[in-house]
Ligand binder design. Structure first.
Ligand SMILES: Nc1nc2c(ncn2[C@@H]2O[C@H](COP(=O)(O)OP(=O)(O)OP(=O)(O)O)[C@@H](O)[C@H]2O)c(=O)[nH]1
Ligand SMILES: [Mg+2]
Length: 202
């Protein structure tokens, strides 16, 4: 259904607190006026993340899963009955913060984007490889904390490459803004490519 509508859908995943919602806030500010965007949020409880997105004037819908540690396609399909996504260029689904289970559930997304925060430690991609296997993009976030976390960015990037040699990797800090332009530029190209592929197919 997403493909038929020429809609780029991103399944945004990470460990809890890696910076998914902060990244979305920064991305929304950067793409303002250039891309019609909406967000579906997944959390066990609260609509705090959906409120953060709405505060920026962007439509968002919160799914609360109760005890379930991931989103699945049925939850997203149900959300779409009350949250129509017509006339959008980009839908981002922020999955439940969890580096394990969400990786095993296809939400119908066109792209998987994984946020890997420096503060988690350099070895995490090797310990939790399934999350990284199908990622089109890995965003290494919180690079401002590299020294304080005693994490070698070269080692972290090599560990991502060892489990996913083809992912596009960006190093950024949502706090300082470093690296965000490269990410939003890439994202705009991805949206345009999605739309162009529908035009070619039509
Ligand atoms: N130092 C630093 N802090 C950051 C950065 N990005 C996000 N944070 C902080 O990290 C914390 C968690 O950020 P969120 O964006 O809520 O993380 P999340 O992945 O959406 O969290 P969940 O939805 O609960 O899984 C917040 O206190 C942010 O301010 C960064 O680049 N550098
Ligand atoms: Mg969040």
């Amino acid at each position: 259904m997403f493909e038929d509508h020429g809609l780029l859908v991103i399944n945004l995943m990470s460990a809890p607190g890696a910076g998914k919602t902060t990244l979305l806030e920064a991305t929304i500010k950067s793409l303002r006026g250039r891309c019609r965007l909406a967000v579906i949020e997944g959390d066990l409880q609260t609509d705090l993340d959906a409120q953060r997105i709405q505060a920026l004037g962007v439509r968002s819908h919160q799914i609360t899963t109760g005890t379930v540690c991931h989103l699945d396609a049925r939850m997203v399909a149900r959300a779409l009955t009350v949250f129509p996504v017509d006339e959008l260029d980009l839908l981002v689904i922020e999955n439940v913060g969890n580096l394990i289970c969400p990786a095993s559930f296809d939400l119908g997304e066109g792209l998987r984007v994984v946020v890997c925060s420096v503060a988690e430690g350099a070895e995490k991609p090797r310990k939790y490889p399934v999350m990284f296997h199908k990622a089109a993009v890995v965003l290494i976030n919180k690079i401002d904390l590299a020294a304080a976390s005693d994490v070698d960015l070269v080692e972290l990037e090599a560990n991502i490459r060892s489990v996913n040699p083809t992912a596009t990797i960006f190093k950024l800090s949502c706090k300082s803004g470093v690296g965000l332009d490269e990410w939003t530029e890439w994202l705009q190209h991805a949206v345009a490519a999605r739309q162009a592929s529908v035009l070619v197919g039509a």
